[in-house]
Design a protein around this ligand. Structure first.
Ligand code: NDP
Length: 304
């Protein structure tokens, strides 16, 4: 089977067009637009870029977005006060707190303070717990985007061996959980209920003989933040490879002085694969569009 590039940029554009159509219909029926709050603390350049991309994506589909920019000197208590205000603000359907936060602020404390019904990043313990138990939940954006990408390319996961490299709360753990779920966990807006039912192995930096494990995988999801981690000798012929990593590496030939690469040695791994995501243009755009889908989901729950 020839290799197919999983074009997250195109799929995300298709989903944005679908969302725009749905929101136009809502507007024509007299409904207000959904509203997303985006809290950003400090001016971390990568975070500023992500927030700008999210604001632009919202504008494109007709979601109102409000940026709440805070000083990196803000105390944890003051930030918690902002979170409480957004929880209580009935004009806001959902909001996110852009990560990472400055080191003097405990991320878990802040995320836990978000009302799970407005938690459109799906990172609160309530949403994670509900997802684990197969209850209606807002699923975190990157795992939702990966699931949607697999679904749109009709790549089944049932009975397949999925190896996830990375055990973070935002990618590794939730994507593993989502793909091993019974398909009854069908989410509003998801295009297929056939995803799930995978046999999942989660690996991390203490895993022994990672190549021996990845070579048995039908689908490998790499979310380690480690350029070139997945090499050709770790991948069996015909595998599907999802590269979540976004790493800046120096590149004097680029006008910005750097370029973005994933965690996969793409050049040597791609020829072995049936399907593989590029970086950029794979999982990244799917993460942003999942945030829009989650915002619409929160809006519908809010106004119903
Ligand atoms: P974290 O740093 O929180 O987690 C990385 C995980 O990878 C950890 O569990 C770590 O193991 C594991 N790991 C690191 N090195 C190795 C190794 N050599 N072998 C095996 N496991 C390893 O990262 P995130 O999950 O937040 O992000 C991962 C990557 O994905 C980053 O590049 C990030 O920028 C990117 N990202 C991309 C998104 C997108 O939309 N495309 C969205 C979110 C993140 P241990 O736990 O033992 O330390």
């Amino acid at each position: 089977m020839p290799m197919t590039l999983l074009d997250g940029k195109q799929i995300a554009a298709d989903i944005r067009a679908e969302l725009r159509q749905e929101l136009d219909t809502l507007r024509l029926s007299g409904r207000r637009a959904p509203k997303l709050g985006i809290v950003i603390v400090g001016e971390n350049p990568a975070s500023v870029t992500y927030v700008n991309n999210k604001m632009r994506a919202c504008a494109e589909v007709g979601i109102e977005a409000e940026r709440i920019a805070l000083s990196d000197q803000i105390s944890e208590q003051e930030l918690l006060e902002v979170v409480r205000r957004l929880n209580d603000d009935s004009s806001i359907d959902g909001f996110i707190v852009q990560l990472p936060l400055p080191s003097h602020i405990n991320e878990a404390t802040v995320l836990s303070a978000i009302d799970y019904r407005k938690d459109v990043d799906g990172l609160t313990p309530a949403n994670v717990g509900r997802t684990v138990q197969g209850q209606p939940a807002i699923v975190s954006a990157t795992p939702r985007g990966i699931r949607e990408l697999l679904s749109r390319y009709h790549i089944p996961t049932a009975g397949k061996h999925v190896v996830v490299i990375g055990r973070s709360n935002i990618v590794g753990k939730p994507v593993a959980m989502l793909l091993m779920q019974r398909p009854y966990l069908s989410l509003p807006g998801m295009s297929a209920a056939s995803l799930g039912d995978a046999t999942v192995t989660i690996c991390h930096s203490r895993t022994q003989d990672l190549p021996a494990i990845t070579r048995t995988a039908d689908i490998i999801i790499v979310a380690a933040g480690c350029p070139g981690l997945l090499t050709a000798d770790m991948v069996r012929q015909g595998a599907t490879v999802i590269d979540v990593g976004i790493n800046r590496i120096d590149d004097p030939d680029s006008p910005r002085g750097y370029r973005l690469v994933g965690d996969v040695d793409f050049q040597n791994v791609a020829p072995l694969c049936n399907y593989i995501t590029p970086v950029p243009g794979g999982v990244g755009p799917m993460t942003i569009v999942s945030l829009l889908q989650n915002t619409l989901q929160a809006y519908k729950n809010h106004i119903s």
